[in-house]
Design a protein around this ligand. Structure first.
Ligand code: SF4
Length: 355
């Protein structure tokens, strides 16, 4: 199977020289920014929360849609995970397809478990968010120590990776691979190097298929439900816990139900990828429909997730115009824009098999 895979996928040159050094500089700079945000979350929580939840995280979905490879090259947690491989201390174990599927399913479940906790603690508590990031960095590092290249974390357990896969189907351009020096086919198919990657392209095992359905069908409703819950901050009891999970999970169940019904009862197979793209576009459009107004004080719960309060200077109707333009853009980009079938990053030359 690997042999066929090698023949079907072209490789590029490994990154070397000045370009490699430049990417290393960018990786270090982004890592330092990440470390700065981490420190701010502990020592200046208000600033840290704004920088992480209200600047970095809102930028991420758009970056996944437009240039997933850039993020894959510079993500600080990815750098932490790949550090053992770059230093030559990774055990470089291979994950078989069964475990690749299980890790991917675990990543999707983690995403749906962790995100509702934002309303209960992370959105309003800097040290708690720092603790979450520290635990995540530790998990990424351990995964990198054990498994080859990106298989354990970046293309495995990372809860953000399923979202990259869902949004990164029609990227603007392919970047060089600033991590893998040789391709060990550590994950099949490699999400970084597969043209027009989407969750449906990794459907070999039952666990892959379950995670693909959960994510593709459930994410739009999950996002919609999440935005209908306020940040509870310090006043958290059982009812707040129940509401924080109930809204996004009910949204997930409804949109998953619609997705499955349309997919299995109303659409011929050749339209399934169009349905997947429609749900991916709906998820990212829904995210910005609620997130952009919240950033400037016009959210469903004014103050929650607010970066600047522009209510006195920006009329409400301009927010609706902005919402419509941004949503239309993502539907156009994901569904109607001509598919470039680009990979996220260039696959480096294949490595010789280790004996
Ligand atoms: S390019 Fe090869 S080594 Fe790198 S993540 Fe993809 S499959 Fe793994």
């Amino acid at each position: 199977m690997n042999r066929t895979f090698h023949i079907e996928h072209e490789t590029g040159k490994a990154l070397t020289g000045t370009w490699l050094r430049l990417w290393r500089v960018v990786q270090v700079v982004v890592f330092i920014i990440g470390a700065g945000i981490f420190a701010a979350l502990i020592f200046f929580p208000e600033t840290g929360i704004h920088a992480f939840w209200n600047v970095l995280i809102p930028v991420a979905p758009a970056l996944f849609v437009l240039a997933t490879g850039v993020w894959r090259n510079v993500c600080p947690l990815g750098s932490v995970s790949l550090l053992p491989r770059h230093l030559g201390i990774s055990k470089r174990r291979r994950l078989n397809l069964k475990w690749q599927g299980r890790l991917h399913l675990a990543g999707v479940c983690l995403l749906f478990l962790i995100v509702p906790l934002r309303h209960l603690i992370f959105d309003t508590n800097g040290p708690a968010t720092a603790a979450l990031l520290a635990a995540t960095a530790l998990a990424a590092f351990v995964a990198g120590c054990l498994f080859d290249w990106k298989s354990g974390w970046c293309s495995g357990l990372c809860p953000v990776h399923p979202v990259e896969k869902m949004y990164g189907e029609n990227v603007l351009f392919t970047t060089p691979n600033a991590h893998c020096t040789q391709c060990a086919s550590c994950v099949i198919p490699c999400p970084d190097s597969t043209p027009a990657m989407s969750p449906a392209k990794a459907n070999m095992r039952k666990s892959h298929r379950i995670s693909t359905c959960l994510l593709t069908g459930g994410l739009p409703g999950f996002i919609w439900g999440w935005f209908h819950v306020p940040d509870y901050g310090s006043s958290v009891g059982w009812s707040e816990i129940a509401i924080s999970f109930a809204y996004p999970w009910q949204g997930l169940a409804v949109s998953l139900g619609v997705y499955l019904a349309v997919r299995y009862y109303a659409l011929a197979k050749q339209y399934h990828s169009l349905l997947n793209s429609l749900f991916a576009a709906s998820a990212v459009a829904c995210y910005y429909w609620y997130r952009l107004p919240a950033l400037i004080g016009y959210g469903l719960f004014p103050g929650d997730g607010m970066l600047f309060d522009l209510r006195a200077s920006v009329p409400h109707w301009t927010v609706w115009v902005l919402q419509i333009i941004v949503a239309a853009f993502f539907y156009w980009w994901v569904i109607f824009r001509k598919q470039a079938a680009a990979e996220w990053v260039v696959r480096p030359p294949f490595a010789q098999r280790r004996k």
